[in-house]
Design a protein around this ligand. Sequence first.
Ligand code: PGA
Length: 252
Amino acid sequence: MRVPLIAGNWKMNTTVVEAIELVNEMRLRLEEVAGVDKVICPPFISLAAVRELIKGSSIKLGAQNLYFEEQGAYTGEISPLMLAELCDFVIIGHSERRQYFGENGGVVSRKVEAALGVKLKPILCIGERLEENEAGKTEEVVAEQLRSSLTGINEPDGLIVAYEPIWAIGTGRAATGEQANETIGFIRQSIARLYSESMAQGTRILYGGSVNAANAAEFISQPEIDGALVGGASLKTNEFLSIVKQAAEIRH
Ligand code: PGA
């Protein structure tokens, strides 16, 4: 049985003061919901402060990126070891990183490997562009992204995959539950082909892209979908809480 997971990707939003306010607003209410893994991913600069606020609670912390080298002359980068002190999870290969910062499969796989090396659980993002979707290439694209993102990695223990169709991110145009379920089922088969059936069955695969309180149930109720990676709606306490509660209810 895979425990559902709801992760909030705050992206480049909130100052440190605002992040503290937001966590204070949602902390106790999130803490009340059992049976679902709750992960918040604020900007790097707020991780230490947020960690103090959620210490001892069931809320887990994630980062939005990392660099694959351990330390050294890489001005402006954050290493796996630095994050391992603060976080349990790290988002890797988000489409915004692939699109605006030129991250390709080679970079992404090194990041996944680096995260696993310090026992951070990677939330690996994959997903097709609109043209690819319309050309019927979704499966081909996600299979290739999965393969290239995991090249050279023998045992991705703790790996989480987020299927995020790029056309659904931040657009208000979510996929349908059925579409997402089908693609996520395909991703699970691809994991079985790359590794093993038991690895595929144990890997949590999330849907992401315009998830909100009103459509969350449509995704979470699908048999292949183990939760959601939530962007915009994770910055609104009531929305995020509602998504987390729905995940807890549907999966129990
Ligand atoms: P969105 O973002 O929920 O705002 O569409 C999701 C994501 O990019 O992870």
